[in-house]
Design a binder for this molecule. Structure first.
Ligand SMILES: [Zn+2]
Length: 284
């Protein structure tokens, strides 16, 4: 086993690093999950498996990839994000970085001017047939935007500072960047200590796993203004009980009768700072 002492925290440069005993979902045996004991940043032991072609060729997905399935899977999140931003974005120019199948774009184009950025080549025809304006690279963009969104992308980036710098350059003076990430302090990990969930949620594409503290530290170091950090709970009681009892995902689809209690249950994790999702808003 490799010694943990050779690793350095990418956020605070501490060498006080612990090896977590979590498995990685897609089973890359040589990868380890590391946690900085000083600042609590969680990160993978190597980023070498992610190269330029990785997202271009859609290697993040399983072989049965199709855009319609992706849209169906992201429907609830697309709608939640649309409801969060529809008033603020009205008649503004919006860019969604890492727009995936474009579900958020399809909803938002009714209220604002919206474009996307997505490197996955196989989606180009899908964008064309849905009349979506999507750049294949951030470097092609020659215009500015009022709002830039980034949903579950930051944790995939090898060099997140570089991308954020580029996005800040594409932002109008009074503009705002809104970033959503999974929370490493998710109640299933930090309170319930659910090992099957830990072994599932960590995968080779999540190079960094942020919590509220490390997210704040990351953006403070970049000298941007932090407008807010919100705690959002996507999954409810059925999902959590299923993880704890059966050790498997999908409880919200199987034990639907428990969803009636979610209006109360989903309030608890954010109150404890242990929600499954974080949203941060930053400005120049
Ligand atoms: Zn650290």
């Amino acid at each position: 086993m490799k010694s943990a002492t050779k690793y350095v925290c990418p956020l605070c440069k501490s060498e006080n690093i612990e090896l977590k005993d979590y498995k990685i979902r897609d089973n890359k045996n040589d990868l380890r999950i590391l946690k900085c004991k000083k600042c609590s940043m969680v990160f993978l032991s190597s980023f070498e498996h992610i190269n330029q072609n990785f997202y271009k060729k859609g290697l993040m997905h399983s072989y049965s990839f199709n855009p319609q399935n992706w849209l169906n899977n992201s429907k609830e999140d697309d709608l939640r994000r649309f409801n969060l931003l529809k008033n603020e974005a009205k008649n503004k120019k919006v860019l969604d970085f890492g727009c995936g199948a474009g579900g958020f774009l399809l909803l938002m184009k009714n209220v604002c001017s919206i474009k996307g950025v997505e490197s996955q080549e196989s989606l180009e025809d899908f964008y064309k047939s849905n009349n979506l304006d999507v750049f294949s690279s951030i470097d092609e963009i020659k215009e500015k935007f009022d709002i830039i969104t980034m949903f579950h992308v930051l944790e995939h980036l090898k060099e997140p500072e570089k991308i954020i710098e580029k996005l800040l350059n594409l932002l109008n003076e009074k503009g705002e960047i809104i970033i959503e990430v999974p929370n490493e302090d998710d109640i299933l990990l930090s309170l319930y200590k659910c090992k099957p969930f830990a072994d599932f949620t960590h995968w080779s594409c999540h190079l960094f796993c942020y919590n509220k503290k490390t997210l704040k530290k990351f953006f403070s170091k970049m000298n941007v203004k932090i407008n807010y950090i919100k705690s959002i709970q996507r999954y409810g009681l059925a999902n959590h009980l299923y993880w704890l009892i059966k050790g498997q995902k999908g409880g919200h689809l199987r034990w639907k009768y428990l969803n009636n209690y979610d209006f109360i249950y989903k309030k608890i994790p954010p109150l404890l700072n242990k929600s499954d999702t974080l949203i941060i808003s930053i400005s120049k």
